[in-house]
Design a protein around this ligand. Structure first.
Ligand code: AMP
Ligand code: MG
Length: 609
């Protein structure tokens, strides 16, 4: 089971993975000085399995952290360390940890652990330990470091586990290859021409079906997607679902001034003062005319500015008033219920970064900063059509042996939910001329063309012929269920997806392949699928070597953890299973059947369906 990973840094990240006891740390302890010696500056991230601590009881930093500091930064002129209390369900998130690394100070990050992530890795293997190979189930293994007598597939690069120099050579060339590829990619991005001349896929045409895993298929597709670079400025009311094209820098402090979080009294709190004289009141939108003196309080409303001299707000219900004076009940903490100027966002800070998909919260934030407009990426235009003689238009009488077209509507709804503009090309009749005309027309208007049906072996030839004439098309067999056949390529300047015919297979293939591509095309920075671990409440049959996408219903169990069960019968034509489901249960190609009580990964629909 491997999980999506994307490197947020502009330097390479390389993992070292092995079963425990293989000697990862021993190897890294020898490799690090050798790489340093060769001039490579490096950072290391290590996954610790337990409740580890780097501090020592009795040290000031330890005591302050234990007293409740969520982050504790201790610094001297030699080094500094930041400790963050971050109790998480499941594994720490590697992209978040990587974002803490100062990428301008190092050339590469070596990662120990995080074995399950789709992260380029070197596998360490000692045959004597009798542990299975990782590379057999993980496409992200670049090379295996092992002993002489270990048998590996011919195509798998091998390194001598006992030859640190050879491993260091490999890391050095990995860094220089990565840097060269990164530079080339940046050149392409900066020299990006207008949409009409955008270079599209680099997929070589293939007329025979290749078999790929889900992650290989998704990666091959993503490699061909270049984010759109046409931007426009839209008013707040039209921003929902758009992707921000430029960082939003806050022109103001939020809140603008230090203000009250409660209705009550503002005062300079002193535990020794029993009574404060009430000297006035201050409402939201107004300010108190002078500074408060010791022993004075003003009535204050939520949002009203705290008068100079005051440092604390005591909620009205925790006070007693008598003869123009107020006294506080027990338990007041100095500084309470005061919102500091700029505590949410400081003037000049990046409030939202480009690539952010805008929803209610983001639009609210932009509005709160005073922005009336934002610059966003132009909506991707998606053209959709269905194929098949049996496929009929809903609303018309159903002919014998026919079915109503469901796919055009599921695809259109999902594309619209992803912020795309949809062109409906209808059901294309089974004639080369009709398909050819519709497709060439669509490819001039749309960034992406999506069809369904007619890509499985047997009936694929017809659509194949037309597509091959118009562009570059690959027909793939994906090791997945449902959704085995998939066509992908390019028609003129547009990306083309030929999804299978069965309605559930269409939706599953859309979620795995089209969704990340549309997100990337739309300029979204976070287009990786969100997976969550859940406990399977039942045995889930699966076959090694194939990814299963079962329709599931997740719920919060009495144990406070996520649980999941299937929706029942899983036929690839049963749209009802999608209606009942709130997630896909993903059983990776590395896994056999899942036993009841075992953890599986789920892909919740919340985002899209
Ligand atoms: P195909 O891959 O074209 O052989 O289609 C596989 C199955 O999906 C067949 O049972 C088709 O009838 C069905 N199918 C194809 N297109 C659609 C559609 N647009 N809506 C609903 N079912 C479809
Ligand atoms: Mg068909």
């Amino acid at each position: 089971m491997t999980l999506p990973f994307s490197n947020p840094l502009s330097i390479p990240v390389l993992g070292f993975c092995a079963y425990s006891g293989t000697g990862k740390t021993t190897l890294l302890k020898q490799l690090i000085p050798e790489l340093n010696h060769r001039g490579l500056r490096l950072a290391v991230i290590k996954h610790a399995h337990h409740n580890f601590d780097v501090d020592i009881p009795g040290k000031d930093s330890y005591e302050m952290r234990k007293a409740g500091a969520r982050q504790m930064l201790v610094a001297s002129h030699v080094r500094w360390a930041l400790m963050t209390e971050d109790a998480l369900e499941g594994d720490p998130q590697l992209p978040h940890l990587l974002a803490q690394i100062e990428a301008d100070k190092v050339d590469i990050v070596l990662v120990e652990g995080f074995k399950k992530l789709q992260l380029p890795k070197i596998e360490l293997h000692r045959a004597a330990h009798g542990k299975p190979f990782i590379h057999e189930h993980d496409d992200n293994i670049l090379a295996v470091a092992c002993c002489d007598d270990t048998v590996l597939p011919e195509s798998m690069p091998r390194l001598d586990l006992n030859n640190i120099n050879a491993i260091a050579d490999y890391v050095m060339s990995y860094v220089s290859d990565w840097q060269a590829a990164h530079k080339a990619a940046q050149l392409v991005v900066t020299a990006e021409p207008a949409l009409a001349q955008r270079p599209m896929t680099t997929v070589a045409p293939a007329h025979t079906s290749q078999t790929l895993s889900v992650s290989q298929g998704a990666q091959a597709i993503l490699n061909c997607v270049t984010p759109l670079t046409e931007y426009l400025s839209l008013p707040l009311a039209e921003l929902n679902g758009a992707v921000l094209a430029t960082d939003a820098i806050s022109p103001v402090d939020v809140p603008q001034q230090t203000n009250s979080a409660m209705d009550g009294f503002a005062l300079a709190y002193d535990a020794d003062i029993a009574k404060y004289q009430i000297v006035g009141q201050v409402l939201a939108g107004h300010s108190f005319e002078r500074a408060l003196n010791t022993g004075e309080a003003v009535r204050i409303m939520t949002g009203a500015p705290i008068p100079a001299g005051a440092d604390t707000v005591v909620p009205k219900e925790l006070t007693t008033e008598q003869d123009g004076h107020m006294s506080c009940h027990d338990g007041v903490i100095r500084g309470q219920h005061v919102r500091l100027a700029g505590e949410d966002i400081r003037q000049g800070a990046t409030a939202l970064t480009s690539g952010q998909r805008l929803g209610a919260a983001e639009i609210g934030l932009l509005a709160s900063l005073g922005f009336a407009h934002a610059t966003v990426v132009k909506k991707p235009v998606v053209a959709v059509f269905s194929t098949g003689d049996e496929v009929s238009q809903p609303g018309e009488a159903l002919k014998p042996d026919c079915i109503y077209d469901a796919n055009r509507y599921t695809i259109s709804a999902m594309a619209t939910a992803l912020g795309c503009e949809v062109i409906d090309l209808g059901i294309i009749e089974d004639s080369e001329a009709a398909l050819s005309a519709a497709l060439s027309q669509a490819a001039t208007q749309a960034d992406v063309v999506i069809s369904s049906g007619g890509v499985s072996v047997g009936n694929a030839d017809y659509i194949k012929t037309v597509l091959a004439q118009l562009g570059q098309i690959n027909f793939w067999r994906i090791n997945m269920r449902p959704g085995r056949p998939l066509a992908f390529g390019q028609v003129n300047k547009a990306l083309f997806f030929g999804l299978p015919g069965n309605p559930v297979a269409v939706m599953v293939s859309f979620l795995q392949f089209v969704q990340p591509a549309l997100r990337k095309l739309a300029g979204e920075a976070q287009w990786q699928a969100k997976w969550l671990p859940a406990i399977s409440d039942q045995m889930l049959p699966s076959r090694q070597g194939r990814s299963e996408f079962l329709r599931g219903v997740y719920h919060l169990g009495d144990d406070g953890r996520l649980h999941v069960r299937t929706t029942g019968p899983q036929g690839s034509g049963m749209l009802n299973s999608m209606v009942k489901a709130n997630c896909l249960i993903v059983i990776d190609d590395a896994d056999d059947a899942i036993a009841a009580g075992q953890i599986v990964y789920i892909q919740p629909f919340a985002d899209l369906l």
